[in-house]
Ligand binder design. Structure first.
Ligand code: MEV
Length: 456
């Protein structure tokens, strides 16, 4: 095949194998040089870019590099603040890390709206975390159930040194159950352990305890009197925490008389009752239809993930858990619910959030630490309340837009700024465009034409 117009350097790059042994052993600058040289058309520019995206303080950069492997640069996302969150009578300015236009604006606007209506309320319903040891055992299930009390005592006994600190902080192992899956998978059992990890997310603590359980379990069967030879052979397949924590749960809610919607409703040419009922219907639809529920819950996680990221928590764990919880009755549904009764509008979110405010990234990442300071160095329980509230506010903002102006109105205003930046507009052009597009549909090509006209 003849590649017309392509210079020999580019052709050479295309033909390279692009595989490498020992990448992790290279220094950062060597990694960058290899990467830029192999994959980027303008390798000098790429090299310059990768080396620029770093923290000016080498010690801090070192900490950031320690979070992952093969790091070549820092990836920037906006760090924003949504102020005026009145939650349980206390006002917070909430840090949010998110790249999507209008999420922070929507959260801030919902915060302001509810600040004038008594604020948000939130309560923690539970803080139980879970872990599992999955094992196969060839004996009789009844026999295993009969000896389980002794096994349990032995396992708990084996963990004394691991749990001492957590016990002192008021946490530790709460319970340990044996679950048989005999009916589905012969010889498969599970130890299901529950934990209280206080202000830490607790993953390391839980996994260390589970691995100790696993060793002690195998050992127990080799020593326990009266077992046959085959019954001495328990096979632990794996030991790991479960990210599904339905009892690490928080509820956030708002409520107000329907008349409190009068101004908002009037601005949309509706009455307050119609607006409240239409809102409740929109939420109801997300409870009935999984297609809508997925988008509805995505809107909730726009807020949740942004706070989770800003505070150095694990957003993958939080999302995985929430989506399982949303399917707990066998169908994926909305995580929020809404009622309108006796003239009172109530909007509520119940969501599992296994968050920590000590340990892990929360104390290592400079901005995560700063986020927690801005939030008043909350306990994990307080952070659960704040995070759930932002999810509820986000959901409120999205549904309010959907049932009134439509979502594109707000989105496109922010999107316009991004397009203008992308097209290199100067402040005068940007101001003219903001004015012009107030009543026009924003699209990339429309903005480009507008700027071209301005420039000509
Ligand atoms: C967009 O990121 C989120 C929404 O789609 C959520 C929703 O539809 O409820 C606006």
């Amino acid at each position: 095949m003849k590649l017309v117009g392509m210079d020999s350097r580019r052709l050479l790059k295309l033909n390279m194998t692009k595989t490498i042994n020992g990448f992790s052993k290279l220094s950062k600058i060597e990694k960058i040089k290899w990467l830029a040289g192999q994959f980027c058309e303008d390798s000098a520019a790429a090299e310059q870019e990768f080396t620029t995206w770093k923290h000016p303080d080498a010690a801090i950069q070192n900490v950031i590099d320690g979070f992952a492997e093969n790091t070549v640069a820092n990836y920037a996302l906006p760090y924003s603040i949504a102020p005026n969150f009145l939650i349980n009578g206390k006002t917070y300015a909430v840090p949010m890390v998110i790249e999507e236009s209008s999420v922070v604006a929507a959260a801030s606007s919902a915060a302001k709206f509810w600040q004038a209506r008594g604020g948000f309320h939130a309560e923690v319903l539970g803080t139980v975390k879970l872990g599992q040891v999955h094992f196969y055992w060839p004996g009789n299930p009844d026999k295993l159930r009969a000896i389980f009390p002794e096994l349990k005592a032995c396992l708990l006994d084996a963990c004394g040194d691991l749990t001492a600190n957590m016990d002192q902080r008021g946490g530790g192992i709460l319970d340990l159950d044996l679950i048989s899956f005999e009916a589905i998978e012969p010889e498969y059992y599970q130890l299901r352990a529950s934990f209280e990890t206080c202000d830490s997310m607790g993953a390391n603590f839980i996994n260390s305890v589970l691995e100790r359980f696993a060793d002690a379990l195998e050992d127990f069967f080799t020593r326990f009197p009266g077992l046959s030879d085959s019954e001495r052979d328990a096979e632990v397949v794996m030991s790991i925490l479960s990210n599904y924590t339905p009892n690490c749960l928080v509820r956030a809610w708002v409520e107000c008389p329907i008349e409190s919607f009068a101004d908002l409703a009037r601005s949309q040419g509706m009455d307050a009752t119609t607006l409240a009922h239409r809102f409740a219907r929109a939420v109801r639809i997300a409870q009935i239809d999984p297609y809508r529920a997925t988008t509805h819950n995505k809107g909730i996680y726009n807020g949740i993930d942004a706070v989770v990221l800003a505070t150095g928590n694990d957003f993958r764990a939080i999302e995985a858990c929430g989506h399982t919880y949303a399917s707990r009755d066998g169908q994926y549904r909305s995580l929020s619910s809404c009622t309108v009764h006796d003239g009172i509008f109530r909007f509520e979110l119940e969501i599992p959030l296994a968050l920590g405010t000590v340990g892990g990234l929360t104390s290592l990442h400079p901005l995560a630490k700063r986020s927690l300071e801005i939030l008043g160095n909350p306990s994990a329980r307080e952070l659960m309340c704040i995070t759930a509230t932002v999810g509820l506010a986000q959901n409120f903002g999205a549904v309010r837009s959907l049932i009134t102006t439509g979502i594109q109105h707000g989105h496109m205003k922010m999107h316009l700024t991004n397009i203008l930046n992308h097209l290199g507009s100067n402040p005068e052009e940007a101001a003219a465009a903001q004015q012009f597009f107030q009543n026009q549909t924003v699209s990339f090509s429309a903005v480009r034409s507008f700027l071209a006209e301005q420039r000509s």
